[in-house]
Design a protein around this ligand. Structure first.
Ligand code: PMP
Length: 440
């Protein structure tokens, strides 16, 4: 028996020993197609020689230098690369070790920004129901997933939650997608007015919702309206692209498709592609300068900020995405995957919706397509789906719906961008097998 503290004490997962391309192998030699890139992490697949070489080179020359004393070349290079392609006025990059650290830092930066510019009464964060922003207490408070929050509720800061933009579930019959988006966005303005506009500091949302909804983008116009509302009331827009950023949606940054730019952007996962743990928070020059001209420091920090080896890995990932046109490839292969999913499951009695952007696709599993009724949570369809897919040699990311029946089970797919045509069929075949077992 190992002394590792596992994710779940109810299961004993196989031991992964090797990764190559789109596949992971366990210690019995069984191959698994990495159809979710873990959790939208492994965008380059496994064993990428260029990233490995960059990590090896960096660890030999400089493994670590604390940012309390030094900057480092890889951190500077990575920040410059990110800013060279970042949307809007994003100008500074704060390098952390993962997604929750990025979103947590974003909340604290928003708060400090308003203190620095003399508006300390701004302390409210608004986020959305059925969202996930991480598991540290601030990030968990911003997240709107009832199950993840439940037992920690007494420890969480007070965050308001408005409805997500979830066309499949919330658009009324006869309502256009655009009108629905405007109605959903209106909830933000209503909530700002309810709280008092001069008390709200930030609105946080995922452009394409990952873990809690299964690759759900907003409808056309929603985010433009959100941006307008934030600007009207001086509320900072924090976009969480921890899952959907770094090319995953077929755009380097997911918000490009929504034609907006945030004040603060959080990325992680695909940034290091799994070769190193790394995340980043990008902020505008205006926010940065408020701190620079004010107290002169951000009252935050972790030991591993700007870790040289992690930054070197991420810089190598970034350069690979760029030199091999892998973001365009994600758009192109994502289109093929989406088409194959629609062909295979578009009329399936238990698949209610197939959506997503690029290599970020989701399937909504329902008991009844006509009424969009989810399966009874006690049937544990998503858990059974995960097990059945895994047995068939497919890693995918199924998530249970909510107990109130509002949101159903879904499966998230986020394969490596290097996936080949024949692997599209491998995914759909294995999904079909898992779906039959899980709903049988
Ligand atoms: N934000 C989003 C949108 C995420 O999907 C996740 C992780 N699933 C996080 C934040 C937290 O990232 P991490 O697990 O790296 O802390």
């Amino acid at each position: 028996m190992s002394h590792v503290f596992p994710r779940s004490m109810k299961s004993s997962p196989p031991r992964a020993v090797r990764g190559e391309g789109c596949y992971l192998y366990d210690d019995t030699g069984k191959a698994y197609f990495d159809g979710s890139g873990g959790a939208a992490v492994s965008c380059l697949g496994h064993g990428d020689p260029d990233v490995i070489a960059a990590v090896q080179k960096q660890v030999q020359s400089l493994a670590f230098a604390h940012t309390g004393f030094f900057t480092s070349e890889p951190a500077e290079e990575l920040a410059d690369l990110l800013i060279s392609k970042a949307p809007g006025d994003l100008d500074r990059v704060y390098l952390v070790s993962g997604g929750s650290e990025a979103t947590e830092a974003a909340i604290k930066l928003a708060r400090q920004y308003y203190i620095e510019i003399g508006q300390p009464q701004r302390r409210h964060v608004i986020a959305r129901r059925q969202s996930y922003h991480g598991n540290t207490l601030g990030a968990l408070a911003a997240g709107g997933n009832a199950w993840r929050r439940a037992q920690f509720a007494p420890l969480l800061i007070d965050v308001s939650h408005i409805a997500p933009c979830y066309e499949y579930v919330d658009r009324h019959d006869g309502e256009s997608a655009y009108d629905y988006g405007q109605r959903a966005a209106q909830e933000l303005e209503d909530e700002i007015l309810r709280l008092g506009p001069d008390t709200v500091m930030a609105f946080m949302a995922e452009p394409v919702v990952g873990a809690t909804m299964g690759a759900v983008p907003a409808v056309e116009g929603y985010y433009r309206r959100i941006r307008e509302i934030c600007d009207t009331y001086g509320v900072l827009l924090i976009l969480d692209e921890v899952m959907c950023g770094m090319g995953r949606t077929g755009h380097l940054f997911a918000c490009e498709a929504d034609e907006i730019a945030p004040d603060i952007l959080c990325i992680a996962k695909g940034l290091g592609a799994g070769y190193q743990p790394i995340g980043a928070m990008l902020c505008t020059r205006q926010i940065y300068e408020a701190l620079e001209n004010g107290s002169g420091f951000f009252q935050h920090g972790h030991t591993y900020l700007g870790h040289p080896v992690a930054a070197a890995a991420a810089a190598a990932v970034f350069k690979k995405l760029d030199s091999q046109n892998l973001v365009s490839r994600a758009a192109m292969m994502g289109e093929k995957l989406h088409t194959a999913l629609v062909e295979r499951f578009g009329q399936h009695p238990f698949i209610g919706d197939i959506r997503g952007r690029g290599m970020f696709q989701g399937l909504e599993i329902v008991a009844d397509r006509e009424t969009k009724t989810p399966f009874d949570p006690d049937r544990k369809v998503s858990a059974r789906f995960k097990t059945a897919a895994f047995e068939a040699g497919l890693v995918c990311y199924p998530m249970a719906g909510t107990r109130d029946g509002k949101y159903g089970d879904h499966v998230l797919l986020a394969p490596p961008f290097i996936m080949e045509d024949e692997q599209v069929t491998e995914i759909t075949d294995k999904l079909a097998q898992a779906l039959a077992t899980a709903t049988g």
